[in-house]
Design a protein around this ligand. Sequence first.
Ligand SMILES: *Cc1c(COP(=O)(O)O)cnc(C)c1O
Length: 379
Amino acid sequence: MSKNYPFLDLGTVNSPFMPEIRAALDRVALSGRYIGGPEVERFEHLLAEQTGTAHAIGVSNGLDAMRMIFRALIQLGRLHAGDEVLVPANTYVASVLAVTDSDLKPVFVDIDPDTSLMSADAVRNALSPRTRAMLPVHLYGRVCWNAELKAIAVERDLIVVEDNAQAIGACGSECGLFNPSCRTGSLGHAAAFSFYPTKNIGALGDAGAVTTDDAALAAAVRALANYGSDRRYHNIYAGFNCRLDPLQAAVLAVKLPYTDVVNGARMDVAAAYMRTIRNAAVSLPAAAVGRECVWHQFVVRTPRRDAFRDYLLAHGVHTDINYPVPPYLQPCYAAQYGHTEAPFTDEQARTLLCLPISSCTSVDDACEIARIINDYKES
Ligand SMILES: *Cc1c(COP(=O)(O)O)cnc(C)c1O
């Protein structure tokens, strides 16, 4: 019986934290404080400190984090309905949902085929007089920020909102627009984090957060996510209920201090794949230096994907496809945006395959999976 390599086993990922998580859940359950309160505040403090920003606001999930940022920018008069927001064409649909939720207009920008990140050249070509913001997505855990993107943002006075759902703890080589740190979450005007269970730091359910150095933006996000109220029974906005659950905040406060540890384990797995996979039919992702990539996904590409995927499964290797259909081709957007021209995005959507990677994938397993891949023959 050959070995089985699960794509991701979340119970095993969380098991090393269980003694601390159990204690935290017990504490919240017995506290009598089930909305907001000290557990959420402690999480926010930890996240702001780790990210290097002045503010962190816990919210219900990653989509709501981005929705609240755009809604806040509109309430503050910094964005207006109809303004164009540049988004990478290969992002998860949630990034786009957050843009259209505020009646902003997504403009899909093709990727650099090596990094799978929004291309600065394509960003330049996509600029229009209505461009007001860009949404760099640190896809697969890789920092989407460099001197060119920063120069465009400065020249055109663009609002920069980071989608940091996949790259907590990553750190590039270019510092932020306002912040001297190069860490994701501190690079633009505000950043959205997701703690969906499969992310590098995952909750035991839905959770998210916003980070920013901008006090007015932080206050607007905080109010909007709590019915639009700035103090009890006083509503300055027609807001929402997008608060972070204190149970999830307590779990995340346990896991946040291990960010570098769990990312380091992923980097070891990625390094093993990179040095061991050698097959002309399989393209590897771009190399990364330091913490420039925290490997939320390890994505290879191959022209005959279905056959390759079936072959891996027959050898016990479970894989996933993030993402098979770009957002502009989803039924909800195709009528308006289906004409988008993003050839690299289209090509990768047809050829990409995500290999197993997590803090529980061992380097030995990664080497064994690589050997299975090396034995694959394209028929
Ligand atoms: C997971 C994810 C989101 C959405 O986060 P949720 O917490 O699931 O709402 C947004 N963008 C990207 C790139 C993601 O990977």
